[in-house]
Write a protein that binds this ligand. Structure first.
Ligand SMILES: Cc1ncc(COP(=O)(O)O)c(C=O)c1O
Length: 417
């Protein structure tokens, strides 16, 4: 029997509220602690979107466009290199901050694609982009430090910040007919003397909005002047539809700037299951990150890093083919959604998500659950991406076009009920 994901957070067994103590007699010398688990579990909030995703996946025949990954497998040339690495016995501990070869390859990649020159000591290979965010925040946040997050934002980034002790202040972008806008003057006003870091995802999940080079520079100058850290998640930096790459904060930073850039192999090279990413930081962060790695997982797997090298060295053709698919699918999504007067979506110029606004006073969790139950289609609820996005649904279109069309048939059926 499945737990109704919408009821989960009100269920005391899941709430993380440890006031429900056992009625067993307590031994005098070993009193049960009132704080069995960390307080952050009370404040982080349940991840209802993740519960819904699991709920949809467990339902037979349900098409899941709720997760941020495509259906194309990792290309053969990457897998073959790893098969060889395994056959060659690359199964021993690696270096904590990543293999010297992959760190060098990442540096070469930045020179080639970004025209940014990074010494390898500023690059740490991590066990996923998620893991890179974790290291970045763990290295700078003290309990209660304020982090201003531009929303809508991938929910996990909020969770990781709270896990690291930070306190999130959301700053929402606004949507009109032409697209998403980030009001920089208001963003700067929102930052206070207690702001430790600014958290920005560009290109953005879920909107596909990409910060312009001018705005990147303005934010960078502001943060530099105020001594605020920038945590820039650039995981979708190569997933821009009509450009080779998005503007990066690394275009402006030098090695002393308080900047962390997060990146990943997951999206551009279809390697979500590999859990491989990287972190670029200032020169003096290296030993702090190394300490964190030592007590976290002692570094990424040895053999998957060989796949990372292949992806960066030979992955451009594959990336181009993915972008072709995304753009073709985006045309399909835009054409079909335009027939629905109650659905609004701004054409994104990056990533592979349509962030759809549903007219009316709807609740995205309820809507997403009903969609799974009624027509077998799973989308991500907008509420998971921050306050103010409760009437949105996110659809991932990085799937084969026939699957997308079948999913859109179901969407049509749902809204025509
Ligand atoms: C903005 C953003 N950052 C990071 C990640 C996670 O990347 P990884 O698979 O490397 O952990 C995602 C995944 O959806 C994402 O959307």
């Amino acid at each position: 029997m499945f737990t109704n994901p919408l009821e989960r957070s009100s269920n005391p067994h899941f709430s993380g509220d440890d006031s429900h103590e056992t009625s067993q007699p307590q031994m005098e010398s070993f009193p049960l602690s009132k704080n069995t688990y960390r307080n952050c579990f009370k404040t982080m909030g349940a991840n209802k979107a993740a519960d819904l995703l699991r709920y949809g996946k467990a339902k037979e025949g349900c098409i899941s466009l709720g997760q941020g990954e495509g259906t194309r497998p990792t290309p053969d040339f990457i897998c073959e290199a790893v098969n060889k690495a395994l056959a060659d016995g690359k199964t021993f501990y690696s270096f904590g901050a990543g293999s010297p070869e992959l760190r060098q390859e990442i540096s070469t990649y930045y020179s080639r694609v970004y025209n940014v020159h990074l010494p390898t000591n500023r690059i740490t290979v991590t066990s996923s982009g998620t893991n890179a965010v974790h290291y970045a925040l763990m290295s700078i946040l003290e309990e209660g430090d304020e982090v201003v997050a531009v929303t809508p934002i991938w929910k996990n980034l909020i969770g990781i910040t709270e896990l690291a002790g930070g306190s999130i202040k959301e700053f929402p972008m606004v949507q009109d007919e032409t697209g998403w806008t980030l009001d920089l003057d208001r963003l700067f006003e929102t930052c206070s003397s207690s702001t430790k870091a600014l958290l920005i995802v560009t290109p953005n999940n879920p909107t596909g909005w990409t910060m312009s080079a001018t705005d990147v520079k303005r934010v960078f100058d502001f943060a530099r002047e105020r001594g605020i850290w920038i945590i820039a998640d650039e995981v979708y930096g190569r997933c821009v539809h009509d450009l080779n790459r998005a503007p990066s904060f690394l275009d402006y930073a030098d090695e002393n700037d308080r900047l962390y850039v997060i990146n990943s192999f997951s999206k551009s090279w279809a390697m979500t299951g590999w859990r491989l990413g990287w972190l670029v930081g200032p020169a003096d962060a290296e030993d702090k990150i190394r300490d964190l790695i030592l007590y976290e997982n002692m570094g990424p797997p040895t053999f998957t890093q060989v796949g990372g090298i292949e992806a960066l060295r030979h992955g451009e053709e594959f990336l181009a083919s993915q972008k072709e698919l995304w753009m073709r699918n985006l045309d399909v999504v835009m054409a079909r959604l335009s027939k629905f007067p109650n659905l609004k979506v701004v054409r994104p110029n990056a990533a592979f998500y349509a962030f759809i606004k549903v007219d009316g006073d709807v609740d995205s969790y309820t809507l997403a659950k009903e969609m799974i139950d009624d027509v077998g289609l799973s989308l991500a609820p907008g509420a998971a991406f921050g306050h103010g996005f409760e009437t949105y649904l996110r659809l991932c279109f990085a799937v084969e076009t026939d699957v997308l069309n079948r999913a859109l048939d179901r969407l049509e059926q749902f809204f025509n009920r």
